[in-house]
Design a binder for this molecule. Sequence first.
Ligand code: PHE
Length: 363
Amino acid sequence: MSIDVEQLQSDLMAEIATADLDALEAIRVKALGKQGAITGLLKTLGGMSPEERQVQGPAIQGLRAAVADAIAARKAALEAEALDAKLATEKLDMTLPVSTGPQGSVHPVSQVMDELAEIFADLGFAVATGPEIEDDWHNFTALNIPETHPARAMHDTFYFPDEKDGKKMLLRTHTSPVQIRTMMNQSPPIRIIAPGRTYRSDSDATHTPMFHQVEGLVIDRGIHMGHLKWTLETFVKAYFERDDIVLRLRPSFFPFTEPSAEVDVGFTWVKGRRVIGGDPAAGNGGWMEILGSGMVHPKVIAACGLDPEEWQGFAFGCGIDRLAMLKYGMDDLRAFFDGDLRWLRHYGFAALDVPTLSGGVGA
Ligand code: PHE
């Protein structure tokens, strides 16, 4: 049997060289398919004498490989050509507006926390955190809150079932335990704020069982009430972005500060709404309580292992939700935590365009 392998190869190669994609597939079937010419040649190897097979075997295999390669190369070239043609004619209009999918927004509480961190960072305060599930030593005892204090009562505080070692675990009722944790873990001088969630058994238009506070703590040598007053004034002016802020420190009592002061901010009536700013002495406004503060009690400093003769400091605690309501004009605290999308869209802040204090609100 005489097979002209070379002739077959040159015929196929010539066909492949000018084939389009459809013709290429037809050639592949005709040469390499089940009934194809080369497949047929491979089948004849079985009937050959060993000597003949030694010659024809490599020749036919070589033919098969050469044709398969040529088909693959032509196919790749045709596809590349098609892509080039497509790229040359297709145009993208870069000026078309991008359609964005649904977008979330920054919750006012997160927004205010960011603003607080930014204001206090400028004053050299770091942000500290602590656990929301606390033990009663950090939440009460170390803060000089006696066993008999009403804040410890079950109807005010969410307790967990008693631990085996007798430890009482609870949802922290204020951010003040972060003062304790910070004083125990860092050495003075200390300047921190601690924003976070707090919990009390309370629910009405101005109280929710979960709410947010920010704690401030400074521990250093020679710290006095003047430092506290200046810091609070600077903070409140920066937060409300007004220079005409007037503060009033009222003597008060907290077990963990001595002396203690409640701090009121002056507001002015504008079109039936209270607007923070202005001096109530002018007659068109009044005072609004915004935070509790005082000089850290020597017993608290000692409970944290520091010498109160050497180290003094001030602390304050402030409701973040209330700060947000006062600045951004919300009336009902409960709406903060309802997760109503209409409320969030109205009061939320754009994630990538958050008005920062350095940029100015609405910038
Ligand atoms: N922890 C107090 C509260 O929750 C606030 C406070 C903090 C007062 C720090 C004085 C100093 O009411």
